[in-house]
Design a protein around this ligand. Structure first.
Ligand code: DGJ
Length: 345
């Protein structure tokens, strides 16, 4: 009887301890151990042992270094754009605030504004790094619906705010940038209260939108992420349900300006119909593996936005169609060519 009681008590307390311990992390903070894999949805610490705070982000590759730009979030408020660097995509060094909100009252990016979904490109002609982001003015909710632009001499910044506007008069909320092989760059953005998804070619210096600005489709989509393999462009978007997850959609086109053909939901596995609890933000070409891509999404926590988690998952081509399958953990060995010994699954 005494033994039975002890077993019951032990399993009760271990259940309590398990339930109270934080979700497992990629590596424990301060352990000094280096990450060797991705664990989607788990706590992800930088090389100094702090949680990575770079939401709605995008990645820029410069030589062998990757830069991850994202929204720095407090519980709710947005505190600027952070930048982290990495050579292996698993371990990220905090480089600081790439773009700081302005202390000046009335400034477009004054403290308290929203700078969401920052994306950065390098402009070969000007030698500058150019950041675009979704700007909402302080105290105005989501009504300003502007694109913001900032520029820097180095990938780590500091970025200088240049201007903000509605491209060709269109509302501009969720967005991404895409740099094509020919050096031309594009802004893909949710317009008309998010009912329209549009594309605008950027000016040669990438600082503004040209009048080459076209409606892609009117399906009420946001969170666009573009990638290209061969001659085909792919576009992943989410529905519009605030911070709540919803079903992703994949489109394909031979031309960025369309027509875009809808291919359905590319997600596979548990909770696939809700994008595994996440929302697309970027698709990154995998290092050294042409034709391989990593899908990046945010698993938003609206009660505490800084605790929103990151979902990084490999894009797999099944019958030439991109699919994204849930994996608890994986590493870049996943992308080894077919026939080679697979690792990290
Ligand atoms: C969904 C967008 O994708 C996010 O970037 C953010 O703007 C939230 N809506 C706000 O509700």
């Amino acid at each position: 009887m005494r033994t039975l009681l002890a077993v019951v008590c032990l399993s009760f307390w271990s259940g309590v301890i398990l339930a109270q311990s934080p979700a497992a992390s990629v590596t424990a903070p301060g352990s000094g151990a280096r990450n060797t894999e991705f664990q989607p949805g788990k706590l992800w610490y930088d090389t100094e042992g702090n949680l990575i705070n770079a939401h709605g982000g995008g990645i820029l590759r410069v030589g062998n270094t990757y830069y991850w730009y994202g929204e720095k979030r407090a519980r709710q408020q947005e505190e600027g754009v952070t930048v982290y660097s990495s050579r292996d995509l698993y371990n990220w060094h905090y480089e600081g605030l790439a773009l700081q909100p302005s202390p000046q009252p009335g400034h477009d990016i004054e403290q308290g504004c929203l700078m969401e979904r920052p994306k950065v490109l390098f402009n070969q002609k000007t030698g500058k790094y150019v950041m675009w982001f979704h700007l909402e003015l302080k105290g105005k909710g989501y009504s300003a619906a502007r694109a913001g632009v900032a520029v820097a001499d180095k990938p780590t910044g500091p970025f200088r705010y240049v201007s903000s506007f509605r491209p060709n008069g269109h509302m501009s909320r969720d967005m991404t940038l895409y740099l094509d092989d020919n050096g031309r760059a594009y802004h893909i953005y949710s317009a008309r209260e998010n009912y329209d998804l549009r594309i605008a070619r950027l000016s040669d210096d990438f600082l503004t939108a040209t009048r080459q600005d076209t409606l892609l489709f009117s399906n009420h989509r946001e969170a666009p992420a573009v990638f290209k393999t061969g001659d085909r462009y792919y576009l992943i978007t989410s529905g519009c349900t605030g911070w709540d997850p919803n079903q992703a959609t994949l489109h394909v086109a031979d031309n960025l300006f369309g027509p875009w053909k809808e291919l359905g939901d590319p997600m596979r596995g548990p909770n696939a119909a809700k994008t595994f609890g996440g929302q697309s933000t970027y698709v990154l070409p995998a290092p050294g593996r042409p034709g391989s891509f990593i899908f990046l999404a945010d698993q938003w926590n609206p009660k505490d936005l800084k605790d929103s988690r990151y979902l990084w998952l490999p894009v797999q081509f099944r019958e030439e169609q991109p699919t994204i399958e849930w994996l608890d953990r994986w590493n870049l060995g996943f992308f080894k060519p077919a026939g080679a010994k697979s690792a990290g699954r």
